[in-house]
Each structure stands twice: as C-alpha cells, then as structure tokens.
Design a protein around this ligand. Structure first.
Ligand code: BDR
Ligand code: CA
Length: 312
C-alpha cells in the first residue's frame, strides 16, 4: 500500500517533536508533505524554529515548514512554558536552524496541498491548537470533502489538564476546535483518556537513550525535561507522551481502541471553555462526528517508537 500523505500541524513542544520524528522514521507508512506550525505550547516564532531544528536533527531539510497563526481566533494566546520550558524544547541544546521557513503561510499551504493532491488522499494531523486547520476550512471549504481524515491530539472524555474541564489544545483555541468538529470531515480524536496510558517511565526513557545515536540522546534529553512537570503534578511514573500517538495510530491502528460518538466543543462558559463534550452513550441521539480513541497498548507503542527512532 502507498504511504498515507500527511500534514503535521504542530506547536513543538517535546511531544510534538517526537511525533515529527516518528513520522520521518516511517516512510513506508506515511509521507510527510509539510510541517505547519501554530502558536500553542510556546509562541509561533519558537514553534516554527523548533520544527526546523528537529528536522535538521533528523537530517531532513527537504520537508518544508510553513509558519501559521500567531494567536487563537478569538481569545488571547495562553502558552505552556511551565510544561515545555522557555524554548518549548528545553532539555536539549540544538543549533539554530539554517533551514529557512517556507514563504507560504501555513493556512495557504494546507489548502494548496489538499486541493492539488487527489481527493481523499491527504490526512491532517494537528497536534497543537486547531487555529490553522480551522482557518483553512473557513478559507477554502472545498478542502473538507477532499480530506482523507483529520487525526488530532486534543480533548478529553474525562478530565482536563489545563483546567478541570479542558485539555490544553482545545482550551487554547476553543472556537477553532468547534469549527473542526463541525466541519463534516472524518475526525479521530486522541485525547487525554488515551494519552495518560502512554507514560514515559524511567525504563522507557532508558530504552530510548540506549539506542545510542546522537538523535536518541537528544530525544532522551528533552523527554527527561518534559517528564518532570506532569510526573510531579499527577504523581504518576512518567509524563504522558501525547502527540506521537497521532502518528502511531496511522502506522499501527491496532494499538488503539475507541468508539464513534458525537463530540461538541464548549466555546464559552465560566468553567468549561474548551471542554470536549463526548456523548459516549449517545444521549443526544445525534449522529457521531468523531472516532474517540480511549485505549492504547502502551507497550506496543513504545516498542514501535524505539524501533523507529533507531532508524534515524
Ligand atoms: C497537548 O498540549 C501540549 O502541551 C502537548 O504538546 C499536547 O499537544 C496535551 O494537552
Ligand atoms: Ca502539541
């Protein structure tokens, strides 16, 4: 089977960086058309720089990086340096990138790539706030029926992580998330219920370090930093490795399980801004608009990740 063409729309972020590396390491399954960046974990200038640093780390200067939106649609940007560090990639010192940003805006790149490729062949993989993807849908609605799928990291059926109710990516740009869930394209939601089963334990971190390449050493370095905040906050043996689950699902769907449901995004509210309201028991009787994945085979995931990182 031909590899699936995908666009990674991200806000690196250590876990976004691992998602990018997993995609680069899996050319038989996925063809990375472009990386598009958005403001999220850190401001846009940082996410755009980090994406290029990670591509250069992997020796892949051929993949274009398009910078996108510097802020959410309606609400002020809130970042997460408290998790990712000031640069968004704390834990490793990577050289400043020499790869220039592509001239085209991320929103235009998404529209162009979806429109120029055959219908039903491009998968969007957002791992940050959904601002770029939502604006691409608004700018050119004709992309929607041409998408193969949108496989995203965001939301939660149960508890949030930035507030009691909401997960970070949906909280940061709730209006964009609402546009994406209402657009009519097939959506797969990989939320906190699933990613909190995929923990970077010390043993798993040691497996990555033991690969022994400079790239694996860099990944282990920045994951060790990323591990600190959530491990302490939740009292768990390692931080959840959220974003690479998106790419792992495309490569090995059998590692994940869930259910098709109706999902609506709360855009307002005193307590619930950015909440993904997952109608798991179909109380509303409305048709499903997303596949909500809630279970992961964490061991299988880390086996895949270690095997793939060793290829780079
Ligand atoms: C999401 O928020 C960010 O901190 C991570 O990169 C991930 O995409 C988890 O809530
Ligand atoms: Ca992210």
């Amino acid at each position: 089977m031909a590899p699936r063409a995908l666009i990674l729309d991200c806000d690196p972020g250590q876990d976004d960086a691992v998602a990018l590396l997993l995609a680069l390491a899996s050319p038989a399954e996925v063809e990375l058309l472009a990386v598009t960046t958005v403001a999220g974990n850190v401001p846009l200038a940082r996410t755009s720089e980090n994406a290029r640093k990670v591509l250069e780390l992997a020796g892949r200067r051929d993949v274009p990086v398009h910078a996108g939106c510097p802020r959410p649609i309606l609400v002020p940007l809130e970042t997460a340096e408290y998790v990712h560090g000031e640069t968004g990639l704390n834990g490793v010192e990577l050289p400043p990138p020499s790869l220039p940003l592509a001239a085209e805006h991320a929103v235009d790149a998404i529209v162009r790539l979806v429109m120029e490729r055959p219908p039903g062949t491009v998968t969007l993989c957002p791992t940050g706030p959904l601002t770029n993807v939502a604006l691409a849908i608004v700018k050119e609605p004709a992309i929607v029926p041409r998408l193969a799928e949108i496989v995203l990291m965001g939301g939660a059926k149960e508890l949030g992580n930035v507030t009691a109710a909401a997960e970070f990516n949906f909280f940061v740009d709730p209006h964009a998330a609402a546009i994406v869930f209402e657009c009519g394209a097939p959506v797969t939601m990989i939320g906190l219920d699933l990613t909190h089963q995929v923990l970077i334990t010390e043993e798993r971190l040691a497996r990555i370090r033991a690969i022994g390449t400079p790239l694996a050493e860099a990944v282990a370095g920045f994951l060790a930093f990323y591990n600190r905040y959530d491990r302490e906050r939740y009292g768990i043996p390692g931080a959840p490795l959220h974003d690479p689950c998106v790419i792992a699902h495309l490569i090995r769907p059998e590692l994940f399980r869930g259910k098709r449901c109706r999902v609506d995004i709360e855009t307002e509210g005193r307590f619930c801004r950015g909440r993904s309201v997952v109608d798991w028991w179909n109380r509303s009787g409305r048709p499903a608009n997303a596949l909500v994945l809630t279970e992961a085979d964490a061991l299988g995931f880390f086996d895949l990740l270690v095997e793939r990182l060793a290829r780079l």
